[in-house]
Design a protein around this ligand. Structure first.
Ligand SMILES: Cc1ncc(COP(=O)(O)O)c(C=O)c1O
Length: 361
């Protein structure tokens, strides 16, 4: 029997989500695959999405990993190049680059592009207050880039701060500010939330990450509300079964005291695999579609679950941590809510000792 802690990545569901999102987006998609494709495995995901036109990544290293497996696809550096060396690598490898500040324009002016051209995504700060030119600076930056000999396509972009909230007019306000600069350029504003909400612009490049992996970024909603299917199923095995007497404690710091005689299973996943320690209370996993509450603190490699009500549960049985779109499902959106976090964090913090299995390739 193995510990069995495995992330099963379902390519059928990935391709299903790609088709659903392509149908929703009237323009084109940038598939955001930074942070190891939100914990799903960068190169495997990129290879599977053979209909994709453009992938978005955060770092030059991620961009190079994508280029290794996809020679001709567009790869967008979402923070652009950060120094001269990165700019040279970007030119060599035909990366699309975000330019969000003057220092990047200066680098482009200084360097000899040797006749090569770049696609530039010029970023406006419409209210996120993270990256992007201010209202004062943006018009000049557009003019400069439109007439720059090293610029091939110019796309105007901005990033939304609150598209995931159900009650907010901030997205509208950001879009209004952004569109003031628009004449005839290509645009890119929406993320997954804006697209799923139907708040996207006509003909823009929507930059979708979380939704591609079959998870809803919008508060109080689930992936299935948008016909999306979770790409990851995280599972583990039962590694021990114990009888606990009423009054005995379970786990570190004795935070859980049994109120009656009970049966617990010890399962092979803990915070050393990326499972949140904060889920020591109020959360559950599933065995054969039945809820098994977590009892006591999550430890580094294991945690205890209450199986008192379950019949025929034994060492080696499989335990669902999150995922699946059928009746046995335990949506990651629910796990995140119980852990007082967001699904993005749960996916990104899965650690390297978790095994990955790719199915329906
Ligand atoms: C600039 C930018 N665009 C798009 C995205 C995709 O966002 P989401 O995963 O919510 O679709 C991100 C993700 O953080 C981002 O930083």
């Amino acid at each position: 029997m193995s510990r069995g802690t495995t992330a099963i990545i379902n390519f059928d569901n990935l391709r299903h989500n790609f088709d659903v999102l392509s149908e929703m987006a009237p323009g084109k998609l940038v598939l955001v695959v930074k942070a190891d494709a939100y914990g799903h495995g960068l190169q495997q995901i990129v290879k599977a999405l053979d209909k994709a036109e453009c992938f978005g990544v955060a770092t030059i290293d991620e961009a190079l990993l994508v280029r290794k497996v996809r020679k001709n696809v567009r790869i967008l550096l979402l923070e652009g190049y950060l120094d001269e060396n990165e700019l040279k690598v970007a030119i060599e490898n035909h990366f699309d680059c975000v330019i969000h500040q003057q220092q990047q324009i200066d680098l482009l002016q200084q360097i000899n592009c040797k006749g090569k051209k770049l696609n530039i995504w010029l970023k406006f700060d419409s209210g996120m207050n993270r990256l992007g030119f201010s209202e004062k600076e943006f018009q000049d930056a557009i003019q400069l880039m439109e007439s720059h000999e090293a610029v091939d396509e110019l796309i105007l972009m901005s990033h939304l701060a609150s598209a995931n909230l159900r009650q907010s007019n901030f997205t509208e306000m950001q879009a209004e500010k952004f569109l003031k600069f628009h004449t005839n350029q290509q645009l890119s504003l929406s993320n997954s939330s804006a697209l799923l909400h139907g708040n996207h612009l006509k003909d823009e490049w929507c930059r979708v990450g979380l939704a591609l992996f079959g998870v809803s970024p919008i508060e109080t909603t689930m992936a299935e509300d948008y016909d999306l299917k979770p790409v990851m199923r995280l599972q583990t095995n039962i590694i021990a079964v114990k009888d606990i007497k009423s009054g005995e404690s379970i786990g570190y710091s004795q935070t859980y005291i049994a109120e009656f005689d009970m049966k617990v299973a010890i399962i092979g996943i803990g915070y050393g695999d990326g499972y949140p320690w904060s889920l020591s209370k109020s959360a559950y996993v599933k065995i054969n579609n039945q809820k098994a509450p977590i009892v006591g603190r999550v430890s580094m490699d294991m945690m205890a679950i209450d199986i008192s009500e379950m019949k025929d549960v034994k060492i080696g049985d499989s335990v669902l941590i999150w995922g699946d779109e059928d009746a046995a499902s335990l949506p990651i959106e629910i796990v995140a809510e119980n852990a007082n976090t967001i699904p993005y964090v749960l996916l990104c913090q899965i650690t390297s000792r978790v095994h990955y299995q790719y199915v329906n390739q």
